[in-house]
Design a protein around this ligand. Structure first.
Ligand code: PBG
Length: 330
């Protein structure tokens, strides 16, 4: 027998996997409820919540059911709620002007949630026009039909200020217009909302995984968002977008979608001096729910694993439709 084996014994990483207690002790990544944010929808003109068929378990809420949901978020100890509005069809116009109306559906939802839970939850507003425009794009259109970056900025500024007024702690520009963070920061400061934070959707990709969300908000979009959202093939550009948002005054930056963009998330987490969020989007949710409903995946374990992977890659905050799920709170 060679003595080599004794002078240079091989390593045994398995020692740290022997018991559940051991595995738990040496675990590198822990998902805590306080870092989870639940995206939620409030819809105008309905009497009771409407389930979103492509997102089983998720609803378009009435003001009343939204208040109850916010309460559940507080009781579960999660970090925040991110609100999206679904207006009446007849309230949509080419500018999306109901987005900044004081009594617009999203602003009413923000007010109701702030009234219900106060500061017990971080209340985040989606700052974008796509739910409110008749054409479904995230900004106003030029005569040629392209999305007009600079003309859209002043509308975002009005929307953000109206959301701060309605009670949002955080506004979150998600429209991928260049310069949106700076214009919103200036508008908020001018109106005395220096303490309202900006969560910038920095690296947001033109993703097919947003599919179910379009049903959730009753989007009228024809065509795509490829002239403003990023090409899924681009990694370096995600870092560039994040650095620009940081320079413009973002308080937090985001990568979206999450699970298929962990490389971008990791890159952004490496350079960011502010908290980094990742959004596990509607399609990521729908795929897991569909497979679980067929008995093809162990739902609870996949929910845990998918969110753990996102945190392991560098997310401090995870926006996920699973935020209130037992799998993450247990
Ligand atoms: C745009 C917006 C979208 C999502 C969040 N904000 C849709 C889009 O860009 O087309 C998608 C979220 C999801 O898929 O869960 N306001």
């Amino acid at each position: 027998m060679s003595t080599d084996r004794f002078t240079t014994p091989f390593e045994r990483p398995r020692r740290l996997r022997t018991t559940p207690a051991m595995r738990k002790m040496v675990r590198e990544t822990r998902v805590h409820p306080s870092q989870l944010v639940l995206p939620a929808f409030i819809r105008d003109g309905i009497d009771s919540p409407v389930e979103i068929s492509s997102m089983p378990g998720q609803y378009q809420h009435t003001e009343k059911s939204l208040r109850e949901l916010a309460r559940r978020c507080v009781d579960a100890g999660i970090g925040g709620i991110d609100l999206f509005g679904v207006p009446l069809e007849e309230d949509k116009d080419p500018q999306g002007s109901v987005a900044w109306a004081k009594d617009g559906v999203l602003n009413r939802g923000l007010q109701a949630v702030r009234d219900e839970v106060g500061d017990a939850l971080v209340i985040i507003a989606d700052t974008c026009l796509d739910e409110f425009t008749s054409h479904g794009h995230c900004g106003v259109l030029t005569d040629e039909g392209t999305v007009d970056n600079d003309a859209t900025l002043e509308l975002y500024a009005m929307q953000a200020v109206s959301q701060a007024r309605a009670g949002a702690h955080v506004v979150s520009p998600s429209g991928m217009m260049d310069g949106q963070v700076r214009v919103i920061r200036e508008a908020l400061d001018d109106e005395g909302f220096e303490d309202v934070a900006i969560l910038a959707y920095s690296a947001k990709y033109a993703s097919a995984f947003f599919g179910p969300f379009r049903e959730a908000v009753g989007s009228g979009l024809k065509g795509d968002r490829k002239t403003y959202q990023q090409d899924p093939a681009n990694r370096r550009e995600g870092v560039r977008e994040a650095l620009l948002d940081l320079a413009e005054g973002a308080d937090m930056v985001m990568v979206k979608p999450a699970g298929y963009y962990l490389d971008v998330l990791s890159d952004v987490a490496t350079v960011s001096e502010v908290p980094v969020a990742a959004y596990q989007v509607s399609g990521e949710y729908a795929m897991i729910e569909a497979a679980a409903a067929n008995g093809w995946l162990d739902r609870e374990r996949v929910v845990q694993e998918s969110v753990t992977g996102i945190v392991r890659a560098g997310a401090d905050i995870v926006l996920t439709y699973f935020a209130l799920d037992e799998a993450l709170l247990a």
